[in-house]
Design a protein around this ligand. Structure first.
Ligand code: SF4
Ligand code: SF4
Length: 386
């Protein structure tokens, strides 16, 4: 079990509680609660420092894991706001600690039943959506130009393969228009992100090994993905958490497009106020903030505006860490609140670069009847590109 390797940090955490707040850097800079779990329950145990207390107590045999403690440890979107604001700079270790605690809870069969169910399905069918692996490429347009030998591979991910299929289709069309030769592997399996975030690392490791093997067998030297969760998992978790090596580069689609900005030609002006939501797994988890903004600012006629909480201080969309599956109502409330932040600055369009954020925003827009257009950047690009 990996929690032991963090024992020193768990011990050193001061339980001071500062990491649940952002602000106060200047005299008129307002403090605000950045931890969605603390904001929801307003009980210190749900805050990142409170979770650290629980983990400390279990590691020191003062408490034993229980179902009610599992609820607290799982009520975390892994948004990473706390890791940005730890006064002792424990940073990314905080999320790793929570995920390691979830590993123990899962092992002791205290994790929510839904997680076990989708974990078993991923082991069989390689996706968490209860779909068949044979249907993974059903979204692929018949006229798409896909290579069987190219050194670039498009890693589609499960959400774009089975739910937000528009994003997969639009990514293929954009790459085709730019003349990029690329492969899509029918042997692609779930990247493992939903399993890692919910404590199911054993199965996730098998997925990681499989994906690396298949991409290397296919001679792929560069992976492009349009999913923030897949990006973080392939780029950060495979080498750091699983200590796996591979000989390809991993790029988010926006990084690839930023390097080819001069090839983006637009047929008409956008003429709307647009804002950008930083997906947690692309921003705080992978430090990728500027490429999506550089692409958006290329749209002729665009009025680009930042929300008050942006980049490292961006609010979470509410979908991550297993929260959309286990706490669906709370998840939608978070998406609603983020959309309201966009509406507050007068945005007519809210753009993100993650199928999971896109899905939660669309669900919240429908649920709360909110008046704003929601797009993944791929969809917006395809509407306006020549
Ligand atoms: S990752 Fe986000 S939700 Fe989880 S404890 Fe930290 S701030 Fe709260
Ligand atoms: S993680 Fe850092 S900021 Fe948060 S309670 Fe512990 S020491 Fe304090």
């Amino acid at each position: 079990m990996t929690l032991e390797k963090f024992s020193e940090i768990v011990h050193r955490c001061f339980r001071c509680g500062y990491c649940k707040f952002t602000g106060g850097k200047t005299v008129d800079d307002q403090w605000f609660i950045n931890c969605p779990a603390f904001k929801k329950w307003r009980f210190e145990t749900f805050s990142p420092g409170g979770k650290m207390w629980l983990i400390f107590a279990v590691m020191n045999d003062e408490l034993e894991w229980s179902e009610s403690m599992a609820k607290i440890i799982y009520s975390c979107t892994t948004c990473g706001n706390c890791m940005e604001h730890c006064v002792f700079n424990f940073n990314e270790d905080i999320i790793d600690i929570f995920e390691a605690a979830r590993e123990q809870l899962f092992f002791q069969e205290l994790a929510p039943e839904k997680f076990r169910q989708f974990g078993e399905h991923v082991a069989r069918e390689h996706n968490p959506y209860m779909e068949g692996h044979k249907d993974r490429l059903n979204w692929l347009p018949k006229d798409a130009k896909i290579s069987e030998t190219a050194e670039v591979g498009y890693f589609v991910g499960c959400t774009a393969s089975y739910r937000q299929t528009q994003i997969a289709q639009d990514t293929v069309k954009i790459l085709n228009r730019l003349g990029v030769e690329f492969q899509i592997l029918g042997e692609e399996w779930c990247c493992g992100s939903p399993l890692i975030r919910t404590g199911q690392t054993k199965t996730a490791l098998e997925l990681a090994k499989h994906n690396i093997e298949k991409f290397e067998e296919a001679g792929i030297k560069q992976i492009i993905t349009s999913c923030a969760g897949c990006y973080r998992t392939l780029k950060e978790d495979y080498p750091k958490k699983f200590e796996l090596t591979y000989n390809f580069k991993v790029l988010h689609l926006t990084e690839y497009l930023e390097k080819n900005l001069d090839k983006l030609n637009f047929k008409e002006a956008l003429n709307k106020t647009v804002t950008y939501h930083d997906p947690c797994h692309l921003g705080r988890h992978a430090n990728l903030y500027e490429a999506p903004r550089a692409i958006l600012k290329k749209f002729p006629g665009i009025k680009f505006m930042e929300m008050k909480k942006n980049r490292r201080d961006a609010t979470c969309c509410g979908a991550g860490g297993g929260v959309k599956s286990e706490f669906s109502e709370w998840s939608l409330e978070m998406a609603r609140d983020r959309i309201l932040e966009a509406i507050e600055i007068g945005a007519e369009i809210l753009v993100s670069t993650c199928p999971f954020c896109n899905r939660n925003f669309l669900d919240a827009k429908r649920e709360f009847n909110l008046n704003i257009e929601i797009y993944d950047l791929t969809e917006l690009l395809l509407k306006y590109l020549i």
